[in-house]
Design a protein around this ligand. Structure first.
Ligand code: HEC
Length: 428
């Protein structure tokens, strides 16, 4: 059995938890045709077929490239499926993005990760220069050495399905067991995995995590609507519900004063949490009170060097900034408009980076708050959703693309491109 099929069986057995889909969702009914049952059977193991019917569409080769990152199919099945898809879902050019030119130079480096269809996400560069990610559908955490291209995948309990990872104060890699209510850690010294149950049946799906200044791990719990903390030394867990009903705590980051900031997926709000007093204060963003007709959608946030809190308002296709000093909010529309679905966001050296996840190919956007100018590029592997971003000490971005099963580095500026020129040339 190939690796991808093992994943396929595991995910089928597990059943499908509600997918936080950012892709276009089409009909749940596939077009008639000889290969329909094959597609129905093989392609709905990890996600609904509405991702296929709602996609921009591809030619036969394009379909084989795309699903070749998800399942390893032999002929004649591969050809039967790609012919059926190309006939019924041909390339339409729908969702083609508008790009904005500018002076900043960047270069992309992407690595295809071994287990197909694993939904890589939430990648980061650890202090030792290795790149890590969560492979949610594969229930694994991966490690990549960007200099050599060497990859290791740590298989977790198949019920864990990690949503996110973060690096601990001593370099251990922590993951959130999104499907089994646990937080786990890969001990770098031994390569062993330790698991801490949250131990509360109401707190099911730990989501994103960040350490406070005292080494306590704080986490959000989106669907269960909680946030909480874990003391790694004792395993003690604290959980609380946000005051806003249906807040759905999502992204979490720490500012330079040690405050934890939380984005609410289920309200036009962000919240500040004092980890010492556990006091939580909520702030309404400018679209509060607006009915977007398609739900709220503040997912990720990032903090700049002045402790401004930046966030994506995906419901309105905007990015926003909360100035802690003045208490002022300001939002900007993303170049591809209301439907662009900004998602992962990071701030490096005062520059805001994020992706527009509802265009194909998907787009990386640079925004300079000083000039209010945008610049944008398409990702080379082209298709998928970047669900989170982080940065390296030298100012590059670390990304992961869900559909093409890639983990990547975005090298920012000519100096960084030159510094990494050996990996840009030697591998692809
Ligand atoms: C082993 C799991 C797995 C299987 C099986 C699988 N996929 Fe996927 N597919 C994924 C993942 C992961 C994504 C990204 C989902 C996300 O971002 O939430 C995805 C996304 C997609 C998308 C959306 C692309 C976009 O625009 O982002 C399409 C279309 C798609 N798959 C087609 C297929 C087809 C066709 C098959 C069957 C031949 C298939 N998939 C089988 C894992 C799988």
């Amino acid at each position: 059995m190939t690796q991808s099929l093992r994943v396929l069986v595991a995910t089928t057995v597990l059943g499908l938890p509600a997918l936080a889909v950012a892709q276009h969702e089409g009909s749940m009914e596939l077009a008639e045709g000889a290969a329909k049952p094959l597609v129905q059977g093989l392609c709905s193991a990890c996600h609904p077929v509405s991702l296929i019917t709602g996609s921009t569409g591809y030619d036969k080769e394009g379909w084989e490239y795309l699903f070749g990152n998800m399942v390893d199919l032999a002929e004649p099945i591969r050809g039967q499926i790609s012919s059926y898809l190309a006939e019924n879902y041909p390339a339409t050019g729908k969702y083609t993005p508008k790009l904005i030119e500018g002076d900043t130079k960047i270069a992309f480096k992407e690595w295809k990760v071994p287990t197909l269809g694993q939904r890589p996400r939430d990648s980061l560069m650890a202090r030792d220069g290795t790149i890590w990610w969560a492979g949610m559908f594969g229930s694994l955490v991966g490690r990549l050495d960007p200099r050599t291209g060497e990859i290791k995948e740590y298989r977790l309990d198949p019920t864990a399905r990690p949503h996110s990872i973060t690096e601990g104060p001593n370099g251990d890699i922590w993951y959130s067991g999104n499907s089994n209510g646990t937080i786990g850690v890969i001990r770098r010294a031994t390569d062993e995995v330790d698991v801490f149950p949250i131990g509360n049946p109401d707190v099911k799906d730990p989501h994103t995590m960040a350490f406070d200044e005292n080494g306590i791990l704080w986490f959000t719990v989106q669907n269960s609507n909680y946030y909480g903390s874990l003391d790694p030394a004792t395993g003690d867990v604290y959980v609380a519900k946000p005051p806003t009903e249906g807040a759905r705590p999502y992204g979490i980051r720490r500012d330079s004063k040690g405050m934890m900031w939380i984005a609410y997926r289920g309200a036009f709000k962000i919240a500040r949490l004092d980890p010492n007093t556990r006091e939580l204060t909520e702030f309404e963003t400018p679209n509060y009170g607006n009915d977007p007709g398609k739900g709220w959608n503040i997912r990720r946030l990032a903090i700049d060097e002045q402790d401004n809190v930046w966030y994506v308002d995906s419901a309105w296709g905007e990015i926003g900034r909360y100035n802690q000093e003045t208490g002022e909010f300001k939002q900007w529309q993303s170049p591809n408009g209301t439907e662009s679905h900004p998602y992962g966001i990071e701030v490096v050296d005062g520059i805001v980076w994020y992706n527009e996840s509802d265009v194909r190919p998907d787009v990386l956007v640079r925004f300079d708050p000083a000039t209010e100018q945008f610049q944008s590029w398409t990702f080379p592997s082209g298709i998928g959703v970047i669900r989170n971003m982080s940065h390296t000490p030298d100012g590059n971005l670390v990304v992961a693309q869900s559909s093409t099963n890639r983990v990547g580095l975005v090298l920012v500026g000519e100096e960084n491109i030159a510094k990494y020129s050996d990996i840009l040339v030697s591998q692809n």
